[in-house]
Ligand binder design. Sequence first.
Ligand code: C2E
Ligand code: MG
Ligand code: MG
Ligand code: MG
Length: 285
Amino acid sequence: HVKARGKDGYRFFTDSMSIDTAHRLSLERDLRLALERDELRVHYQPQVCSRTNQVVGLEALVRWQHPERGLLYPADFLPLAEETRLIGKLSERVLDQACRDVGRWINSGHPTLRLAVNLSPSQVEHPRFVETLLERVRAHRFPARNLEIEITENVIMSDLEQISRKLKELADTGVRIAIDDFGTGYSSLNYLHRLPIHTLKVDQSFVKAIRSGEDGACIVNAIVAMAHGLKLEIVAEGVETDDQLSYLKSLGCHQVQGFFYGPARPAADISRLLRRDGLAFASTA
Ligand code: C2E
Ligand code: MG
Ligand code: MG
Ligand code: MG
């Protein structure tokens, strides 16, 4: 793991080597400032029940309202946050904001509304991960049962024993656990019944493949069948078209998330959506 920043530290990060150094340094300085100046924004993407068109959950997705560069997406700054260790602070901000926003909606007539938050590998690997997460959630009086954390298979496989202990501890408090981008990581299916997992999120690459005929769809078929067998909930990600939606429905996969129902939006838009109670953005015309 990263011990210190600086010339040598960067050698480990092949991903970001392509970004030129000057750009990196200015982005890093900007990201520190962004935390001070409160430029991070949390947008929410509805997770919708396709049978009822009702919003069952909201995934918190971080954005950065950069003063000169405009609205930046996680791909533009999360890798840098991870390697400079600003990720800890960033995650804290996202969770605080999300607990405030979604807590308000839960208390105003949506008692079962779920908040889904993405966790970074370093966050989960931190020895005090469980305590830190629960402290923050409790500080907001956010109901643990309404919280779902999203982690990837790679994070689980990185240290199965440790992670398993942590996830059990969290699950005991009512927090739900989702595997994000399911099917794209290095994993062994063995962990699925050894860990307290509640939800599989089918990666959008498999949902995209639906349109390319039967071959493309067979992975989605298999994942949904397995989730049913293991009694796991399933959320299909990246659903963009009517055809994808009907196909998923025919498989019995009813929770969907994607541009078909709408992209992640600021809290004010979600408030409006929830007041209307159901039907996400795109399908309301
Ligand atoms: P993810 O958790 O798999 O989130 C899904 C990504 O797909 C999001 O991109 C979302 O905006 C996008 N998306 C949703 N529906 C569709 C669709 O129909 N079509 C297409 N093409 N894309 C769709 P985004 O917001 O850029 O986030 C990218 C990744 O960054 C996330 O992938 C997640 O791994 C990470 N991330 C986002 N917010 C946070 C955060 O607060 N903390 C951490 N640690 N990671 C985050
Ligand atoms: Mg996610
Ligand atoms: Mg995903
Ligand atoms: Mg992802």
